[in-house]
Ligand binder design. Structure first.
Ligand SMILES: [Zn+2]
Length: 509
């Protein structure tokens, strides 16, 4: 808690200082009488002060990237379509690593500089008037695997070479490693992703496969995701894939790309995707996207799995055991909570992970094993109050603990505590309302609390404070922990022990 408050003050002070300095030097009168000024270098995230930018709203990214696994070299052009939310003398895109060779704004060459390793600062030939749409074209090339976006300390994210190609994925920051971007969930956009790879390989991404074209030994794979998407959810997976298509519930096309070396190990779990989204939709409301599927790679990935929009990416080693579909439940639950409704601040990450973990608990019960209440009770009684894990507050975990166990299991316990107090019907009404009211956008912890109080028609801030912000085991544990002492252990579908694994510090996204 202390860390968060200090971080916010420092970030705000730094940003304010930068703004004042630049405004004084470059302010000019815009056509409408307003002032042209620079867009902010950050969108205002407490944990990631340089993530995202201010002054504009991206509507669409058109990414054309050629990648050669033999050299790890990428050459690309990205077209950014945006609207100015202030009159801009200059603006930033987030971009690390690769060499920029040209920038055009509205068809005219623009000047650019690279600042603080993370910012591509673009000065258009003419200022951009507030409210106007503008188009930025950036040409660049390099070896992106040698850079790396700032993110969670110790975790390599971004463009990660594999033995047959590369995967581009990560959380919270990955996009800036391969395209210039307003890199924060608050600025969602639609995407057209064109990946050009040697003709012997295939390239998988989000949404729908629009087509492929082969010329001179290279094949371009064109994908479209029309639903608003947070930048970290844009995925590229280049390699050899067994591509399988079928039609899922409600006519939704399912496209899975499975590394042939995974063999049939993932078949059971992937075959359950339709059943799983039916189950999740029955609890959370309509499936939010037009496409569905999976990418299963045979590679040693930093994360076990990630909820890349419409097509989560899985480490093939997750599959093959009994009830291995739990990870699919988790990542598909993120399509509602994480992808369609995204975090407003990365500090709000429990709104993604707590919900996805809770979905696993619902699935656990559906299979005839312990209920969410029983699981929550057993966590309370199974982890001593003196365990330092209770010191991490899920809604203010601190940057270093962004993906720590409590964000997952205590986040899910928070939801169960809410359900226990407001009742099942009201609880699921809250979850469905959350998915509808923030669809295609973001939500914050305070907004979730306010929505819960409104729908339940009662004050709940004490409950949320206890479960989300208290440094120490929640007081709410005491009322239930005694009720279930040693009963011979949890009744969890093996190997659905993700929350216990998470407690030990492993990252399960
Ligand atoms: Zn997750």
């Amino acid at each position: 808690m202390v860390r968060t408050i200090i971080g916010r003050r420092v970030a705000a002070a730094v940003l304010a200082g930068v703004l004042v300095l630049v405004l004084q030097s470059s302010a000019a009168v815009a056509g409408g009488g307003g002032q042209f000024g620079p867009g902010a270098a950050g969108i205002g995230d407490v944990y990631f002060p340089l993530a995202g930018n201010g002054g504009y709203d991206v509507r669409h990214y058109d990414i054309h990237a050629r990648y050669d696994p033999a050299t790890d070299r990428m050459a690309a052009r990205t077209i950014v379509r945006a609207r100015a939310t202030q009159s801009l003398s200059r603006f930033d895109l987030d971009f690390v690593g690769m060499h920029v060779s040209a920038v055009m704004v509205n068809g005219q060459p623009a000047r650019w500089t690279r600042e603080r390793a993370h910012e591509l600062v673009i000065s258009p030939a003419r200022g951009i008037v507030e409210g106007r749409r503008f188009v930025v074209v950036i040409d660049y090339a390099g070896v992106p695997s040698t850079s790396g976006v700032p993110g969670i300390p110790g975790l390599k994210t971004g463009v990660v070479p594999t033995d047959d190609g590369a995967v581009i994925w990560g959380e919270p920051e990955v996009a800036a490693d391969w395209f210039p971007v307003n890199d924060h969930p608050r600025d969602k956009a639609s995407y057209a992703i064109h990946l050009t790879v040697p003709a012997s390989l295939q390239a998988i991404s989000n949404g729908r496969l629009v087509g492929t074209q082969t010329h001179g030994g290279w094949t371009t794979w064109s994908w479209r995701e029309d639903s608003p998407m947070a930048s970290y959810l844009a995925v590229a997976a280049i390699g050899r894939w067994d591509i399988r298509r079928r039609t899922g519930p409600w006519g939704i096309p399912i496209l899975d790309a499975v590394d042939p070396r995974v063999g049939g190990a993932a078949d059971h779990a992937l075959g359950m995707q339709g059943r799983i989204i039916r189950f999740l939709a029955a609890n959370f409301g309509r499936y939010p996207f037009r496409d569905l599927g999976a990418i299963v790679d045979h590679a040693d990935l930093a994360y076990s799995a990630l909820e890349t929009q419409t097509r989560p990416l899985y480490d093939g080693r997750l599959f093959g055991g009994q009830h291995d579909e739990f990870v699919v439940v988790h990542e598909l639950a993120h399509q509602w909570y994480g992808d369609n409704v995204s975090v407003n601040q990365w500090r709000d990450i429990w709104l993604n992970e707590g919900f996805a973990t809770y979905s696993e608990w619902l699935w656990n019960q559906k299979l005839g094993f312990d209920s969410p209440q029983q699981i929550s009770d057993d966590i309370c009684s199974g982890i001593p109050a003196t365990d330092p894990v209770w010191q991490i507050a899920p809604a203010a975990p601190g940057l270093a603990n962004l993906f720590s166990g409590p964000v997952y299991f205590r986040g899910a316990q928070t939801l169960q505590a809410l359900r226990h107090v407001v009742g099942k019907a009201t609880f699921f009404r809250i979850l469905r309302s959350w998915a509808i009211q923030h669809a295609g956008s973001t939500g914050s912890t305070s907004q979730f609390i306010a929505l819960s109080e409104r729908i339940a028609a009662r004050q709940l801030d004490g409950l949320f404070h206890d479960w989300l912000y208290r440094h120490g085991r929640p007081l709410g544990c005491a009322s239930t922990a005694a009720a279930r002492t040693n009963n011979g252990g949890l009744s969890i579908a093996p190997p659905a022990t993700r929350f216990l694994v998470a407690r030990l510090g492993h990252r399960m996204l």
